[in-house]
Design a binder for this molecule. Structure first.
Ligand code: MN
Length: 229
């Protein structure tokens, strides 16, 4: 096979305690998976089936990076999230088998151009411009499930310039990881290399140039990010 020009590099994420990298296939994200966050977005949460949106694989950014303030927004938000890394293909996965598809876990930030997302939401248009932009998926190194287990409890938090903005417990997830895998795999055939951002707790808010962002999920890892001046 000859390409017209060199293809883009495969997007990847470091794996803790290993020299292999996790090659990213797709990035899925769950919307409104913590009740208090749904409320702060003006939506009364109901236990309807979870809904999903996507980001491009090359939106991943490693922890410790400095990113540019994105194009075309004046309301750039942080959303700290537990991320599931998929290591086994499968469609219509059963709840019993769901966790067998998990390679590991990481800490991610679903960066959002909130002004563009809300404009899309109110006009019934797709969320892509608000969610699926360059450098919109910072992620820590992945911890393999064999090491960390399958975290369903523990704190999740994010600070901006040392000040706590988001602080919650994984137990508050409306749809826990096995349910997310069940629902997502009814819509899309999961593939090794998929990442699933599982939703953010309350406290989302704006980032500005020069901000320092730190976050963590207990037992999973930590993430830091610098917004360029
Ligand atoms: Mn999110």
């Amino acid at each position: 096979m000859k390409y017209a020009f060199p293809p883009s590099n495969v997007a990847s994420v470091a794996v803790l305690g290993s020299d292999v990298h996790f090659p990213v296939h797709r990035i899925y994200c769950v919307g409104r998976n913590y009740a208090e966050h749904a409320r702060e977005m003006g939506i009364e949460p109901e236990r309807e089936a979870p809904f999903f949106f996507e980001k491009p694989a090359d939106a991943v950014v490693p922890s410790g990076a400095t990113i540019r303030y994105p194009l075309a927004t004046e309301n750039f938000h942080h959303e700290i999230e537990l991320v599931v890394a998929i290591g086994r293909d499968g469609a219509n996965v059963s709840r019993e088998a769901a966790l067998e598809h998990v390679y590991g876990y990481a800490v991610g930030i679903d960066l959002t151009r909130r002004d563009l997302q809300l404009a899309a939401r109110s006009s019934g248009r797709p969320w892509d411009a608000g969610k699926a932009f360059d450098e919109s998926a910072p992620i820590s190194a992945i911890r393999r499930a064999g090491e960390v287990g399958h975290p369903s409890k523990g704190s999740i938090w994010l600070k901006v310039n040392g000040e706590t903005r988001q602080s919650a417990e994984l137990e508050q997830l409306i749809w826990p990881v096995p349910d997310i895998i069940v629902h997502l795999s009814k819509l899309f055939a999961l593939k090794s290399g998929d990442l699933i951002y599982t939703g953010t707790p309350a406290g989302v808010g704006p980032l500005v140039r020069g901000d320092r962002v730190d976050g963590a999920v207990s037992g999973v890892g930590e993430i830091s990010l610098q917004i360029a001046v």
